[in-house]
Design a protein around this ligand. Structure first.
Ligand SMILES: Cc1cc2nc3c(=O)[nH]c(=O)nc-3n(C[C@H](O)[C@H](O)[C@H](O)COP(=O)(O)OP(=O)(O)OC[C@H]3O[C@@H](n4cnc5c(N)ncnc54)[C@H](O)[C@@H]3O)c2cc1C
Length: 489
């Protein structure tokens, strides 16, 4: 749908219509609302226009048009991001990449696949099946795009063993914010020179648009052995995780859910999880059958020693899928428990799990809010789900504040403000918890090298947006510092 009937003609939008054709330029106010937020529903901005390019060349032409007109833009994959990364900018263009979903080249002898950015994770694995697969597996893998994975450096349940998106991207074709097309990296695992692929992965759409992505894929393991162990307390499940890791086993996945999450997932999927337990641990071993069998017995022993009340072993692929269906439904299922919830994403040293959970419980009590917990336990990647009532005045703000304090707890224990969901809009205020002025300045310079005009996804990631070339002002003491209430470190 092109320019809405009855509205004034916008020459800039007319230019976009010439690039993408009228049916792929959205301007009608109702249709624009479909793009007003990503998975972080607490923030909404209606963009000036949405374009749906069909080819990399159309993406380039749109970005060039924005550059020439000084119009900001935001790239969007499937819009499942949970940190507001794909939140549009008002008066800006939203470049939706869902139509770029071609698999361009499958090279199994060299374990490579090249795809357009709109292909989903499942789509990549399907393209190289049945012999190979693409390991990063966000729980949104059915719909989320590889372009979004690259921009967020996404992870998932199997990243404990297999690593994150950054471990699989070898080459990128990128449209830079001035419309120039460059190739970063290539099909090889490691190219000489600066690691610009590494810089781009995780840059959250602030350095350009990835239009062609070359990925490493790996052979499908001979077998999987999966179990769910149930415990009275999260601390016991945490002890089992530490025991498994200390034993030298490297499971494909170790996931943990608390009582509230188990209930929500069970209601949503009917997977057969007991409702009277305090914690569930899902452990999956993969690899050669003999190795998995031996390791599996050891995992069972460790879970029993940690006090497991019961252990359910997946007897076949259907049961394995059911167990994963329940775990992967965790975020969506929370809607059964609470009308509103805020998905937090932080990292802690695995060994501090018990202490961090206790602190989260205390904070939840102080705020009078419920917090459910689900983790990629092997990586120490927590996803506290802060529940609130959207219709209760002040509740959403309190939930956001509680979620922010949880991040502070993560950083205080030696962890991080994000494990896999990115900084986006949501966590940019928390960046100073981890990075000093000099670090943030270095990030800013990198960004300016790619995007001197600051048009690519402005207002995201960096806590205090600055213009390229702008020098931070001289340090002035904050009144609280003068009063001795706060200090600079
Ligand atoms: C139910 C649920 C479960 C989830 N589970 C996980 C999980 O287990 N692990 C995990 O890591 N994440 C998870 N996520 C978060 C999300 O799915 C991932 O971050 C995913 O990679 C985002 O992909 P997307 O296509 O939806 O990207 P979007 O949300 O559309 O965009 C995300 C960011 O990428 C940028 N971007 C998108 N495409 C491009 C491109 N081609 N070039 C440059 N920048 C681009 C956008 O500007 C934005 O900053 C989950 C989300 C949901 C809703």
């Amino acid at each position: 749908m092109a320019v809405a009937r009855g509205t004034a003609v916008d020459p800039f939008v007319e230019g976009l219509v010439r690039i993408c054709s009228p049916d792929r330029v959205v301007t009608h106010p109702h249709a624009l609302r479909a793009y007003e937020s990503d998975g972080l529903l607490q923030y909404r901005v209606v963009p000036r226009v949405v374009v749906l390019p069909d080819t990399a060349e159309e993406v380039r032409a749109v970005v060039r048009a924005c550059h020439d007109a000084g119009v900001p833009w935001v790239a969007r994959g499937s819009g499942t991001g949970l940190s507001g990364g794909a939140l549009p900018v008002q008066d800006g263009v939203l470049i939706a990449l869902t139509r770029l979903r071609r698999v361009l080249e499958v090279d199994l002898p060299n374990q490579r696949v090249t795809v357009e950015p709109g292909v989903t994770n499942r789509g990549v694995s399907a393209a190289v099946a049945p012999t190979h697969f693409f390991p990063p597996d966000p729980s949104s893998e059915i719909v989320c795009s590889v372009g979004g994975n690259v921009a967020e450096n996404s992870g998932g349940a199997h990243c404990f063993k297999y690593g994150f998106t950054t471990n699989y991207v070898t080459g990128l074709e990128v449209v830079l914010p001035d419309g120039e097309v460059v190739t970063l990296g290539g099909p090889e695992l490691d190219r000489p020179g600066y690691d610009l692929v590494g810089a781009f992965v995780g840059s959250e759409g602030t350095l350009g648009v990835a239009t062609r992505i070359t990925l490493r894929v790996v052979p499908v393991p001979e077998t999987h052995r999966t179990l769910a162990a149930y415990f009275d307390h999260m601390a016991q499940a945490g002890e089992a995780v530490s025991g498994i890791v200390a034993s030298g086993l490297v499971p494909g996945a170790i996931e943990m859910m608390d009582r509230i999450t188990i209930r929500a997932c069970e209601e949503a999927t009917g997977a057969g999880f007991p409702l009277d337990v305090g914690a569930a641990l899902i452990v999956e071993l993969d690899g050669p059958a003999a190795e998995c069998d031996a390791g599996f017995d050891r995992v069972v022993e460790i879970c029993r020693a940690a006090g497991a009340l019961g252990i359910r072993v997946a007897r076949d692929e259907a049961e394995r899928e059911l167990i994963w269906k329940a775990r992967k439904a965790a975020f969506a299922a929370m809607g059964r428990i609470s009308r509103g919830y805020y998905v937090q994403d932080g990292v802690i040293p695995r060994t501090r799990l018990h202490e961090v959970l206790r602190r989260i419980d205390e904070l939840a009590g102080e705020f009078g809010l419920t917090v459910a917990n689900v983790f990629h336990a092997g990586d120490g990647n927590l996803h506290p789900l802060v529940c609130y009532d959207p219709s209760k005045p002040g509740d959403p703000e309190r939930a956001e504040e509680l979620a922010r304090l949880i991040l502070r707890v993560c950083v205080d224990t030696g962890g991080s403000i994000t494990g896999e969901h990115g900084v986006g809009l949501d966590k940019k205020r928390s960046m100073p918890l981890m990075f000093g002025d000099a670090d943030l300045d270095a990030f800013h310079r990198l960004r300016c090298a790619f995007d001197p005009a600051g048009l690519a996804n402005p207002g995201k990631v960096m806590p205090t947006p600055r213009l390229c070339g702008e020098v931070p002002g001289p340090y002035r003491q904050h009144p609280l510092e003068r009063a001795g209430v706060a200090e600079r470190f």
